[in-house]
Design a protein around this ligand. Structure first.
Ligand code: UT7
Length: 351
């Protein structure tokens, strides 16, 4: 008798971004940059910034999780585990996961944060899958959220143009029909830790007047070096997961890349030989939202996703970290959203 494999299927997705749109034209007023430069080097036209005082990463996450619970008709008390993937926690501790569950009254849910920079959401889904496959949990939420503006020097043109704020979440549940997270690859190499980091505020360089004067509480990114590693590794790992699962470009319905830079996305697409129309790209509207970028894509494309679609997720981030997932989509998005007639290109757009 063949043993039935229990997998973790994504059974719902939701995302949220602040309605405050920051265009390249506004950045032109704030710093020495141009719409042409930003568009050509990154593909970004606008991003959303959370500029209200007192708002944090947990607020982005709460909006995403609230929407997810509502959409999927899930009782918050049934969620057994919530993993919050973030590079911008509300505080160093406690975990932002605990703040999210408290804000949503989920006091029976276990929670922890996962830190893997821009690969965090992908690592989080892969981790959550193991809890479900082992039989330990039946309902797990993975939320990726980042208030990147909280660690950005808003006057510094090499980073301020790239990042945006957002949150996105998925619900994972067991499946025995061959849908869900089929395979996952997670990689890291500490050689990258100096190229993309936040130098102060941790135990090595606790925050002080000096670290603030040196602006070490902001993101430090050596863009060119990060770019080179990102292109090679994100494209390489997407190709590897396809190869080891016997998938060719024709078998894959969607590539879901972390939205780091349009040029990095293009390199990944070329390496996997997928046509442009099979690649989720919304970097032009949200910029790089770090842990939220993959669920933000899934949310926008949800009406076009069908049961049985093969999806390849790919990400690269600080650390360095990178990875890929092979996901067999478990439900018809349009049906779940009660949309009777989905036209190609119709997205589940955030207002
Ligand atoms: O999310 C995962 C991790 N992050 C990434 O994957 C990001 C990877 N890196 C990148 O996306 C790119 O390196 C950037 C978008 C950050 C920068 O693009 P680049 O093509 O690598 O530019 P660069 O840093 O080499 O700068 C080229 C020139 C420099 O001027 P000089 O020295 O050639 O005179 C910069 O000073 O462009 C200048 N520059 C700008 N000019 C106008 C840098 N930023 C700007 C700007 N506007 N915003």
């Amino acid at each position: 008798m063949t043993e039935v494999r229990r997998t973790a299927a994504i059974t719902g997705v939701h995302a949220w971004a602040p309605d405050n749109v920051v265009t390249n034209a506004r950045l032109e007023q704030m710093m020495d940059t141009t719409d042409e430069w930003i568009t050509a080097r990154t593909g970004i036209k606008e991003r959303r910034w959370m500029e209200e005082i007192g708002q944090a990463t947990s607020d982005l996450a709460v909006k995403a999780v609230e929407g997810l619970l509502k959409k999927t008709g899930t009782d918050p008390m049934d969620i057994e585990l919530l993993i919050c993937c973030t590079a911008t926690p509300d505080m160093a501790f406690p975990a932002t996961a605990n703040i999210i569950t408290d804000k949503l009254g989920m006091n029976r849910t276990a929670g922890f944060d996962l830190s893997a920079a821009c690969s965090g959401f992908l690592f989080g889904v892969n981790t959550a899958a193991r809890f479900i496959e082992s039989g330990m949990y039946k309902k797990v939420i993975v939320v990726g959220a980042d208030k990147m503006t909280s660690i950005m020097d808003l006057q510094e043109r090499s980073t301020a143009i790239i990042f945006g704020d957002a949150g996105g979440a998925v619900l994972l549940e067991p499946d025995t029909d061959g849908y869900g997270i089929i395979d996952g690859i997670m990689c890291s190499d500490g050689i990258g830790r100096t190229y993309l980091c936040q130098k102060a505020g941790g135990s090595l360089n606790p925050a002080s007047a000096e670290t603030i004067a040196r602006k070490e509480h902001y993101i430090h990114q050596e863009g060119k070096a990060v770019f080179k590693f990102a292109v090679t590794n994100m494209a390489g790992v997407a190709e590897e997961i396809m190869e080891r699962n016997g998938l060719t470009a024709g078998d894959v319905q969607w590539l879901v890349p972390h939205q780091a830079n349009k040029r990095i996305i293009d390199a990944t697409r070329e390496r996997t030989a997928l046509p442009e129309e099979k690649v989720m790209v919304n970097i032009q509207r949200y910029g790089n939202t770090t842990n939220a970028s993959i669920p933000l894509c899934l949310h926008e494309w949800e009406p076009q996703l069908n049961r049985g679609d093969n999806l390849i997720f790919a990400a690269f981030g600080g650390g360095f970290t990178w990875g890929s997932l092979y996901v067999r989509w478990a439900y018809d998005g349009a049906k779940a959203l009660n949309l009777s007639d989905v036209k190609p290109g119709q997205l589940n757009l955030i207002p």
